[in-house]
Design a protein around this ligand. Structure first.
Ligand code: GCO
Length: 453
């Protein structure tokens, strides 16, 4: 059966991770510019100031996407380019960049899938309270309005927020990312609630202002739990663990249930007690705006079995399990199980909005970047995604993270996730072997995955 005929083969990036040009054409500062100046916050005190300099290389980058044969490109729009102070005046020069990019993509036959927010909140919005301020949802709606009015005549597919679990959890709870706060539990939960309100407002803006029907989604983390064995009991335990709200910051249901089901999950409400956010009348309806897809970012999963006490229990990976350069495990079935569990619960077509791995890549003496481990990883994961599709999960698309090596947040340029190698000193791009391989996967609509098997 394999992938649906209209399955979307894509790759993804995010504004602060690739654009550079932080002070150009009226862009305002974002919380990431500020955070990167904090000594020791980022590996070797690096920043996204230049990054891939995509702001100047965008034409070349689209040409490379075309070479790979991408059907779709997920990028994010920098709020501080569009509304430099976070609230108030719109900056036409900032919008013009995305306007050019969208035209170039469409001319190359590549469908633009912008994300409205991939973590770069304008410093001005943060100074007014950021996500802790309930008005942040209004500011975000105003920003979304400017974007949709500018691009909504051509863009048919939208993501609202990327990974609230991370920008709230790592950014507002654990101080591992911008804005680098360690808020109390009631505060970060409140910030999270406001981010969900912002999502709902943005969906409304897209539906009401885009010039034509749109596919709208968001891109939370899809935190993955896989059954340790094929026993029914372990499968049930993995499903329970997938949707349980525990004190672990990254969980699924606390964030996804409101968006897809219109309510916070009971176990989460019990766990957070008086710290749970205050929900005003109308909030849950706003958050639960109907979506067309359920997208999520998944990199690896944990093994789960039914414990002796009847509860789901973590099973360590086998000794010597394969790992990527970011010390994450390589767990191909996570795509199968997460797609399956998510579809069972939320009943919307699934899109993998990010998946990929960091590898120790450099340009070889022969000019090639031989990233075999990445090819093997992608192949295994995509075969598992195909298995989910074969078993009836409507799988609508896959966005490889990432199109190109980029600024990996607190890890700076240490982590290379791209299928295009970027020399951060010269700006030079080189297609890695994985890019050429992915080109063949796309051209054969997945047929290449089965080669020699
Ligand atoms: C995330 C972000 C990406 C990362 C990628 C690799 O998932 O943290 O969405 O911006 O770069 O996931 O860690």
């Amino acid at each position: 059966m394999a992938f649906a005929k209209d399955f979307v083969w894509g790759a993804a990036t995010a504004s602060y991770q690739i654009e550079g040009a932080v002070a150009e054409d009226g862009r305002g500062e974002s919380v990431w510019d500020t955070y990167c100046k904090r000594p020791g916050a980022i590996w070797e005190n690096q920043s996204g100031e230049v990054a891939c300099d995509h702001y100047h290389h965008w034409k070349e980058d689209v040409a490379l996407m075309r070479k790979i044969g991408l059907k779709a490109y997920r990028f994010s729009i920098a709020w501080p380019r569009v509304v430099p102070d976070g609230v108030g005046a719109v900056n036409p020069r900032g919008l013009a960049f995305y306007d050019r990019l969208v035209d170039e993509l469409l001319a190359a036959g590549i469908e633009p899938w912008p994300t409205l927010f991939h973590w770069d909140m304008p410093q001005g919005a943060f100074d007014r309270g950021g996500w802790l301020n309930r008005e942040s949802a209004d500011w975000f709606a105003d920003y979304a309005t400017a974007v949709v009015d500018a691009l909504g005549d051509r863009v048919r597919s939208w993501f609202t927020l990327n990974e609230p679990q991370c920008f709230i959890g790592f950014g507002h709870r654990d101080s591992l990312q911008a804005p680098g706060l360690k808020l109390s539990r009631s505060e970060w939960l409140r910030a999270g609630h406001h981010a969900l309100l912002a999502h709902g407002r943005a969906v409304q803006v897209i539906r009401s202002r885009a010039k034509g029907p749109c596919r709208v989604s968001w891109a939370p983390v899809g935190w993955s739990k896989m059954p340790a064995t094929a026993n029914r009991d372990d499968i049930d335990a993995a499903r329970e663990a997938t949707f349980a709200v525990t004190d672990e910051m990254i969980n699924n249901a606390w964030w996804m249930d409101p968006v897809y089901l219109g309510r916070y999950p009971q176990d989460g409400l019990r766990l957070y007690g008086a710290d749970a956010p205050k929900v005003l009348p109308g909030d849950m309806d706003l958050i639960a705006q109907p979506l067309d897809l359920q997208a999520f970012n998944t990199y690896n999963g944990q093994l789960i079995r039914r414990g002796a006490d009847g509860r789901p229990e973590l099973v360590p990976h086998p000794t010597g399990y394969p790992m990527n350069f970011f010390h994450g495990s390589i767990t191909p079935p996570c795509l199968y199980w997460t797609a399956k569990f998510m579809y069972e619960r939320y009943r919307l077509p699934v899109v993998i909005s990010e998946n990929g791995m960091s590898n120790a890549d450099w340009v070889g003496l022969d000019g090639r970047v031989p990233d075999g481990p990445r090819i093997d990883m992608l192949r295994r994961y995509l075969l598992e995604l195909e298995r989910a599709a074969d078993e009836g999960v409507p799988v609508a698309g896959y966005f490889l993270w990432s199109l190109m090596d980029n600024f990996e947040w607190s890890h700076g340029y240490k982590q290379r996730f791209g299928i295009i190698h970027v020399d951060f000193v010269t700006g030079r791009r080189t297609l890695k072997d994985s890019a050429l391989w992915y080109r063949d996967v796309i051209a054969t609509h997945g047929g290449k995955l089965h080669e020699g098997l």
